[in-house]
Design a protein around this ligand. Sequence first.
Ligand code: 17E
Ligand code: FE2
Length: 411
Amino acid sequence: MLLQQLYLNNEKTMSDLRIEDGKIVEIAQSIAPREGETVERFGGKLALPPFIESHVHLDACLTVGDPAFNLSGTLFEGISLWSRRKEKLTKQDVRERVLRAAQMLCRNGVQYVRTHVDVTDPKLTAMEALLELRQELRDRIEIQIVAFPQEGILSYPNGKQLMTDAVAMGADAVGAIPHFEFTREYSVESLNFAVALAEKYGRLVDVHCDEIDDEASRGLETLAARAYESGLKSRVTASHTTAMHSYNNAYVVRLMRLLTMSEINFVSNPLVNTHLQGRMDTYPKRRGVTRVKELTEAGLNVSFGHDDIRDPWYPMGTGSMRDVVFLGLHVCQMMGYEEIQNSYRFICDNAARTLCLPEGSYGLRPGNEANLVILDAKDWYDALSLNAPVLRSIRKGAVIARTTPARYETL
Ligand code: 17E
Ligand code: FE2
């Protein structure tokens, strides 16, 4: 198959790209078709490696309103609503919802997903379902599973054992939720436990870290120190870190040294944290999004996640990573021309680093699997501002999603 006239990787000149046996075999300014070869000419459309959803909770997706809508808009009401919904979970229920969400992600050009799966459930129902789905959906989406203790490791009955069981069952990463543990001591112990568990089983770490407006929530320093000391470093991710929005600057300057030494990744979820945070503020209300611009400038790796698709924490979402970047740039005040043009990296290359995809395997390069998306725009600036549809999502050389753009008429 030969794809012609594409702006690969947001470059300013067009290239052609040849796919054979599911792999990219050639990229050049102009490639002549072979006899019998399928050719598609795009006439100047943007092609990027597939989008990556580096942080979502698929186990809870599409449950909004059941048992009730979240009226306070707080994380804590979300957790308590989910706790009630969780009692009704069956494998079939999880399967049906996740398959619908997978379709939404697929048509939005997402081919890699890291999902947090709540393991504070004595039956581990959702974990079992997601482990099956990870295998079943392999040809469409590569799924990483985080064993996520929504109600705490030390603060939930049998929490340590449930975490260990989920990892032994096959979770790819170990989670934690230090800001939700009963005490500061538990919070520190939960992080020590999570890192030790990841070391023992050779897994990644991705912690819901300080997702609260409390400036005294300091799980991040403990996580970064353990990441550094254990040598796990870039295999560790701190998600949310919204308290960092509220830390005093003197403390952040000190913290930055450790963060840089630790080489950990950050995932920010701008849609969801602008909605959940600042809820105890009057005016001015904090935005509650971590310091994306400063972390990026310090050379740390930051990716963006959607976090939710219609669930107790967030009532909206269509699985579009474009929406995440769009709001993220606003709220982080990253609207310079180059910042806009480069912002696809938050859901592409940077997210690939967060997920620890094998070195060199992700990206539009000869020798790599033919995984790419083609957008109905000439560059990322236009794609983002005009909300361009994903014309094609191609995985291992096969078209797995196709969109025909709407035609508008003004009469
Ligand atoms: N659980 C949690 O602790 N935080 C979130 N943002 C979501 C679920 C969506
Ligand atoms: Fe989350």
